[in-house]
Design a protein around this ligand. Structure first.
Ligand code: NZQ
Ligand code: ZN
Length: 388
């Protein structure tokens, strides 16, 4: 077990009657607020009106930026940073899913520099500081509400790049499960696939694990597997939505890393898919993950698949190790493709073999993707082919 620092300072208001604290929290950072949101779901659900009421009651000066795209684009970040500079914004309030929150994080950073927002990704320009960010989450998936990451797309270069920077961590997040009642079945399923992937990418490691953290991760995975079908069947089931929401935050907020080297595999492979094809992140992960698990399985690591199969899917521990491993992968695929009804191949979602080489090259940066098993460009191309 390696040494580590635990420091997750995001203040969370969890539950259905917490929005009354929004004004008091925002006012701690100043008076001028930039409210950011996506394509309009918050207007249809009534959340926009509820938020505006709180902002008005708190006598805050509000500016708005709407239309942030799924797989958010750098152009939205530029627009937000411009408003922050022109209006001397004190705090940004992101209301939406991971895309809105991610874009807002980078607006908050870009507001404090003179260079173009894309330089953070193309030149790895330093992120020394950012304006404070408050979030109201409307979709359980990415964990952006409680982590330091933000992923931005640039359609001109067909890049989608994520970066983790401490100043991007939301100061306060409002997690009201009822705000996710209106999330479609498809986005709910994709969100759950994303949460599961964040746990699996951390759980499958060759480093010596902490039993305590492995057990927590198994509990988180069981939570997603238990409650996603309930939320799909009954979108207004509070317990199901609440369990998924809190699992989304804890899957990726850093708690489960416990000093392990954080090198993920499916995420860099997926980000190339959504960069080129603009598909939903969780869908790409769902298709990739079972194939990646199959590709990486060998004599040296089968014990981890056995632990996963026995503890998460209750597979009989007396079966031969490789049988348990394959059964566990099948059970995961059954959850993703049958229970969640997600498409199970690249072919079904229009991803073509002709792009595999370029996408694989970008996924590993011309070297290797670290993680459970180091993957070269050729390995990644083989995994992509398994997904056809
Ligand atoms: O734009 P609106 O109109 O709000 O509609 C959105 C969007 O169309 C809709 N939606 C969200 N909340 C809703 C709702 N519809 C009805 N009712 C609600 N309550 O759902 C659609 C998808 O939203 P989006 O924000 O794109 O989804 P998600 O939360 O899955 O975010 C995906 C983005 O986050 C990145 C992904 O790569 C992708 O770009 N990620 C961010 C991470 C992070 N910051 O740590 C980690 C992840 O691994 C991921 O890479
Ligand atoms: Zn993800």
């Amino acid at each position: 077990m390696n040494d580590f620092i635990y420091d997750i300072p995001t203040k969370v208001y969890f539950g259905k009657d917490q929005l009354c604290h929004l004004g008091e929290e925002l006012k701690k950072f100043g008076k001028r607020v930039l409210l950011t949101y996506g394509g309009g779901s918050i207007k249809r659900t009534g959340l926009y009106d509820a938020v505006m009421k709180e902002l008005k009651n708190a006598d805050l000066e509000v500016y708005e930026l709407s239309g942030i795209e799924p797989n958010p684009r750098v152009e939205s970040v530029r627009q937000g940073a411009k408003i922050c500079k022109e209006k001397d914004i004190d705090v940004l309030l992101a209301v939406g899913g991971g895309s809105t929150i991610d874009a807002t994080k980078w607006m908050a950073a870009a507001a404090l520099v003179e260079h173009d927002a894309w330089d953070f990704f193309s030149k790895w320009a330093p992120v020394k500081d950012a304006l404070p960010i408050v979030t109201i989450l409307t979709l359980s998936a990415t964990g952006s509400e409680m982590d330091t990451a933000g992923v931005i797309s640039n359609p001109e270069t067909q890049d989608k790049i994520g970066r983790l920077e401490r100043p991007l961590l939301p100061r306060v997040s409002f997690l009201d499960p009822t705000n996710t009642y209106t999330v479609s079945k498809y986005q709910t399923a994709c969100g759950s696939a994303d949460i599961l992937s964040h746990i699996i990418e951390t759980y499958f490691t060759t480093e010596k694990d902490l039993y305590m953290l492995d057990t927590v991760m198994e509990g988180l995975m069981k939570t997603v597997i238990k409650y996603t079908p309930i939320a799909l069947e009954n979108p207004t089931d509070y317990e199901a939505r609440a369990n998924l929401m809190w699992a989304s935050s804890w899957a990726i907020n850093g708690f489960t890393y416990g000093g392990k080297k954080k090198a993920w595999s499916c995420h860099p492979m997926e980000h190339q898919l959504s960069a080129v094809y603009d598909i939903t992140h969780g869908l790409g992960l769902a298709i990739l993950t079972p194939r990646w698990l199959k590709y990486c399985l060998d004599e040296t690591n089968v014990y981890k698949y056995v632990q996963f199969g026995v503890n998460v899917f209750d597979i009989d521990k007396n079966l031969p190790d490789f049988e348990i491993a394959f059964l566990a992968i099948d059970r995961l695929a059954d959850f993703l493709f049958n229970k969640c009804a997600l498409d199970d191949t690249f072919t079904k979602v229009g991803i073509k073999e002709e792009d595999f080489s370029a996408m694989a090259y970008k996924a590993c940066g011309g070297k290797t993707v670290g993680g459970f098993k180091p993957l070269t460009q050729q390995d990644i191309e083989k995994i992509y082919k398994m997904c056809l």
